[in-house]
Design a protein around this ligand. Structure first.
Ligand code: A3P
Ligand code: MG
Ligand code: MG
Length: 386
């Protein structure tokens, strides 16, 4: 049954022959045509990180959307930025804790075939049209479910590499400042409570708030692509109104994004490419609306645009966008996930890897037994008991 054979894996200067398999991304036209069935994502649980990035099994960090004032300088307050230290590997611990609590409440295991962060699925789904975004993930099979985390060492190495290449360039704003713009826009667009429960004064003085990326509200959803049922966790930026009382009903989530103003064909094409990532990210969690804050080259907020997530693929197709196609993303993900479930069929820790500009995704074992650091003892013990 095993789909494995020997593949050559380059590790630094050596080439090792190890048990593994690879999935061809190219040619992508074999994933075209009608889209495979997808399930509407439903929130099954949520959790929050507070402003110290401490975990809580509740929705305390949920924020409400309230439009930002145009003309704001997104660089303002950069020196005070309360930035989360992402050097520590957080694995999928928070997701596991939330799943455990949910299972305890329900009295049974979740039925997902794959559990991971939304960000990992975004990388997989965009793989047919983005060959610059190489990735490395670790995966382990436990009780008929594949748990996938990002390989933290690879992520950090990639960040360092990016910093090094950026340093050589002459840019008016450093990459750190430009990253700050995204978080500043969130602070300018959100309220900690619904609109009726905050003062006018608070709304008007959001520009003076200290920006932090430590607090997060994360939604955990059950969704499906093709034959695979997924449990995904991911950050949601804000809500439009309030959560419906009926469990499983669609929620009016808001995704906030910044982007440089469109001035010519080139920036138009760049934006169309970015829309693919916006769409995938929001599609996976069932976020219906994206608010794009357009900014000048200097980081001044100049325009707001509301985009319906569900409309993005259609609009792109009508405009004749050739850089990506939504059905292909879905069908690719569906085929890849099915293949992955046939490939990761044994204990141990597996690497899922796509190299920069590579046309294949490689999957091979990196640890013969156990679950590495992907699963916590707490989670394993919980499942043994259940
Ligand atoms: P923008 O997306 O407006 O640039 P998210 O949009 O996923 O909610 O993320 C919020 C902000 O985090 C982003 O705002 C960006 O500033 C920063 N960010 C997220 N992912 C990033 C990445 N891979 N590299 C650099 N910055 C990132
Ligand atoms: Mg976010
Ligand atoms: Mg956002």
């Amino acid at each position: 049954r095993s789909a494995l054979s020997y593949i050559n894996v380059k590790r630094s200067t050596r080439t090792l022959s190890i048990m593994g398999a690879s999935f061809k991304i190219q040619p992508v036209n074999r994933f075209g045509g009608e889209s495979e069935a997808v399930k509407r994502p439903k929130e099954i649980a949520c959790f929050s990180y507070d402003d110290k990035h401490e975990f809580h099994l509740d929705d305390r960090s949920l924020q409400w959307y309230y439009p930002a004032e145009l003309g704001a300088d997104l660089s303002k307050g950069f020196e005070q930025f309360d930035k989360h230290d992402d050097s520590k590997d957080e694995h999928i611990d928070s997701l596991l804790k939330t799943i455990m609590a949910h299972e305890e409440e329900e009295g049974k295991k979740i039925d997902a075939n794959v559990v991971t962060w939304r960000g990992m699925m975004t990388k997989i789904m965009s793989a047919p049209f983005d060959d610059r975004d190489g990735f490395e993930m670790n995966a382990t099979l436990y009780q008929d479910c594949i748990f996938i985390e990002e390989n933290h060492a690879h992520k950090q190495a990639k960040q360092l590499e990016q910093q090094r290449t950026q340093q050589g360039r002459q840019q008016p704003f450093s990459p750190d400042v430009m990253t700050y713009w995204g978080y500043k826009f969130e602070t300018l667009s959100c309220l900690p409570r619904p609109w009726g429960e905050v003062t006018r004064d608070f709304i008007e003085h959001r520009d003076n708030e200290i920006v932090s990326n430590k607090a997060q509200y994360c939604s955990v959803v059950r969704t499906g692509i093709g034959k695979t049922t997924l449990c995904l966790g991911g950050e949601v930026d804000a809500i439009w109104d309030s959560k419906p009382t009926h469990k499983g009903a669609p929620i009016n989530w808001i995704e906030l994004k910044t982007s440089v103003e469109i001035r010519d064909d080139r920036s138009m094409q760049n934006f169309e490419r970015k829309l693919m990532k916006f769409w995938i990210q929001s599609f996976l969690l069932g976020v219906p609306k994206i608010i794009v804050g357009f900014r000048s080259q200097q980081g001044i907020l100049t325009k707001l645009e509301e985009i319906q997530t569900a409309q993005i693929p259609e609009t792109a197709a009508k405009r004749g966008v050739r850089s990506w196609n939504a059905n292909t993303c879905i069908n690719f993900a569906s085929a890849f996930l099915e293949w992955l479930r046939n490939t990761i069929d044994d204990e141990g820790v597996w690497r899922i890897q796509r190299r920069h500009r590579s046309g294949i995704i490689e999957v091979f074992k990196v640890e013969e037994v156990g679950h590495g650091s992907i699963l916590t003892d707490e989670f394993i013990n919980w499942r043994i008991k259940l």
